[in-house]
Design a protein around this ligand. Sequence first.
Ligand SMILES: Nc1ncnc2c1ncn2[C@@H]1O[C@H](COP(=O)(O)OP(=O)(O)O)[C@@H](O)[C@H]1O
Ligand SMILES: [Mg+2]
Length: 356
Amino acid sequence: MAKVILKTITKFFGSNKVLDQLNLTVNDHEFLVLVGPSGCGKSTLLRIIAGLETSTRGTTVIGNRTVTELSPKDRDIAMVFQNYALYPHMNVYDNMAFGLKMRKVAKEEIDHRVREAANILEISNLLDRKPKQLSGGQRQRVALGRAIVRNAQVFLLDEPLSNLDAKLRVQMRAEIIKLHRKLRATMIYVTHDQIEAMTMGDRIVVMKDGKIQQIGTPEEIYNNPANMFVAGFVGVPPMNFLSWSPGVVLGIRPEYIALIEKRESTIDTEIRSEKGDYIIEGTVEVIEYTGAEKLIYLQTNFGQMVVKTDTSQPIKEEKRYNLLFGTTDIHFFNMESGLRMGQDRPEQLVGTAAVV
Ligand SMILES: Nc1ncnc2c1ncn2[C@@H]1O[C@H](COP(=O)(O)OP(=O)(O)O)[C@@H](O)[C@H]1O
Ligand SMILES: [Mg+2]
């Protein structure tokens, strides 16, 4: 197994810069997820690690070797793509064995590896079938099997679940995590789906426009987003952003806001809040019931906000509520740079809410 180290990787397609000085170390045995919107350069980066694409500048190291100049077959990697790319005329066994045959691996060794991989993936009963006789999920397993038999140091997976329906995708997510535990290989997994990234990654790399925005554990990314992009990209529904004071944006996640019904003729200051909590007023516009929770969309003086509540709280449309949230749950961002501001908040930021 192996570390992967990327040093100042830059990639141009013509005059179009799609990767901009990326530095990244993927630890041995790690499950690392590259996540970001479509077109941000995830696949290109993965293909550079695989050797299917050359970087314009920068160095790729796998294990103890600099592989920048090596062809894919000499890099000791296995790759799984979104469109499984199975050979339609070959049965499952031959699909899995093909790469090894090309590498002139001994027949008994191939047989051993194919059956072992099939066993791990629970597709031993499908070895005689052709791809068209398989469900989407089964085809995905075969594609994974083809990677497993390679005994590669590093697995590269590019949106391997995007062709599956929602339920199967969730199931295969867990399967791949189990597979990772079993194989203990280094895996780099690309997705545009932040939930997939959050649920699967030991660490997550959030990318945008060919640049790394943040590297961290799911908890770090969620609790301490480096900037407004990351804060808005992770979490469903996304963080609320309020224009707070000149040049400053306040961020608060929908799940950290409490709704308190405003009684007739009361004023805000009558509400006893913990010192330092914030309260703003809003009118409920839309309520979405999702089963386990409700999403409440309110119009406030700071713009539209969304609040996630449990279903037991009776919330009524068109009613006015106080939105209450604590100082420890909020983030401040520099409006211009988008960067999250440190804990030492400027004095004037505190006290601008209706009640403190
Ligand atoms: N072979 C190519 N030639 C020219 N431009 C490309 C090529 N491959 C990708 N691109 C461009 O590079 C950018 C990043 O693409 P890609 O890495 O596929 O993004 P992602 O996988 O994050 O969706 C996109 O703007 C895409 O159009
Ligand atoms: Mg892609």
